[in-house]
Design a protein around this ligand. Sequence first.
Ligand SMILES: [Zn+2]
Length: 91
Amino acid sequence: MTNLDQVELSWWQRFVLWLLGKVYLGHCQKPGWSGALPFYAMKCPKHGVYIDYPHGWNNYFTCPQCQDELVQFSKSIMASAEEVTIHAKET
Ligand SMILES: [Zn+2]
């Protein structure tokens, strides 16, 4: 497994993914990592299949697209908060 962005799931992996919501793909080490981590194909209810490895102490997985949306959302909140402050100063 060299390119994680172009992983072809076998019918068996698709079946396990459908059954359990995640399927183990294999261990992979990215540049800068001290060791290899297990990679899984997961299913996001919104964006479909994505590939991730466990994060943090509680080994959580995040859909990269959901994370992007969250970042965009918090940015828009920050932007509107700034607008409010600016507006408050004007009046
Ligand atoms: Zn998602």
